[in-house]
Write a protein that binds this ligand. Structure first.
Ligand code: GLU
Length: 334
């Protein structure tokens, strides 16, 4: 009997530490996005037994420089590859700093159920014990696996599998830098196969009403984040309200801020700027009307979405509405 052809997996590279180079294998300093996608794949010859890889370099940046332009290019390529019946799954290599944002963005604008797996590494490709090759192997193994379908974009790091909405970078260094603090990780990779612990019950991909076309039509509404702290003043908020369509408050505790800041946000909301309260704490839930009267102030509450992901959902919601109650309904649903 002839061998079954290997599934085709598209690998879209965007840069990051997984493609980073140091001056020597033990130095802390390095340059993200130094190696090409061809170099990354050559470091994992075992991939040849897993998939027929088609590689593309979409960008080669440290993901602190991730832009909406790269998101546009990435979403267009993912969309086209999802529509291509010869492709079984898609892997995106990415810097770890904003990996969770790209994953969440794609989960809302890609309306297909084909596996899309994002992967990065905390150690540069030249480091002793670089984990990028193992992560990339797991990402390809996951992207070709039937159980990965219909779950929205997934992230694989350090043998853990995460849902795009839940994953968060929780440490600035170390290979155990990712967690899904509220709902827990989606599963694990073991021996090149995924074992899922939970279904993704949130709204994503095939249920999402958002799209790249909607964003383009609306000109990508501008949403900025205000980080709350003791003694936060009003002027910074007034300045941002002058430029932005929406503001996400990375609030203290349950999405709170000084009276001065809340007053400034209330004025911004009255002027038509959408205001969403999230939390800087890294986990937990920001509910409506706990310490603040959201209905009276014209705010929405981000529930368990972190500020950087609330920024993305608000940007998309603002393509449809600026009305606070309608914005809240998006945060209740997604
Ligand atoms: N700052 C770089 C980035 O996000 C390196 C961090 C990493 O990839 O681990 O691309």
């Amino acid at each position: 009997m002839p061998d079954q052809p290997l599934p085709v997996i598209a690998v879209l590279a965007t840069g990051g530490t997984i493609a980073g180079a140091q001056a020597d294998a033990t130095s802390a300093g390095y340059k993200a996005g130094s190696f090409s996608v061809g170099d990354l794949l050559a470091a994992v010859p075992q991939l040849a037994g897993l998939a027929d890889i088609r590689a593309e370099q979409v960008a080669n940046v440290g993901s602190q420089n991730m832009t909406h332009d790269v998101w546009r290019a990435l979403a267009q390529r993912v969309d086209a590859l999802c529509a291509d019946a010869s492709v079984a799954g898609i892997v995106i290599t990415h810097g770890t700093d904003t990996l969770e944002e790209t994953a969440y963005f794609l989960s809302l604008v890609i309306r297909h159920d084909k596996p899309v797996v994002l992967v990065g590494a905390m150690r540069p490709a030249t480091a002793l014990g670089a984990e990028g090759p193992a992560n990339l192997y797991n990402a390809v193994a996951l992207a070709r696996h039937p159980d990965a379908r219909g779950r929205g974009p997934l992230v694989v790091m350090n043998e853990d599998v995460h849902y795009a909405r839940e994953i968060q970078k929780i440490a600035s260094a170390g290979i155990n830098a990712f967690a899904s603090p509220n709902r827990g990780r989606a599963g694990v990779m073991h021996g090149g196969a995924p074992y899922f612990y939970s279904r993704n019950t949130t709204t994503h991909t095939t249920q999402s009403e958002f799209s790249l076309a909607l964003l383009e039509k609306s000109g990508w509404p501008r949403v900025d984040i205000v980080y709350a702290h003791a003694n936060l003043q009003a002027d910074v908020i007034a300045f941002i309200a002058g430029q932005a369509d929406g503001i996400v408050l990375a609030g203290v505790g349950d999405g709170n801020a000084t009276d001065l800041a809340v007053d400034a946000l209330t004025r911004a909301a009255a002027d038509g700027v959408a205001v969403v309260r999230s939390s800087r704490t890294g986990s937990g839930f920001v509910a409506r009307d706990v310490e603040l009267d959201d209905a009276a102030l014209g705010f929405a509450a981000a529930r368990d979405l972190n500020p950087q992901k609330a920024r993305i959902l608000l940007m998309l919601a603002l393509c449809v509405t600026r009305e606070p109650a309608a914005v809240q309904r998006y945060f209740d649903r997604y």
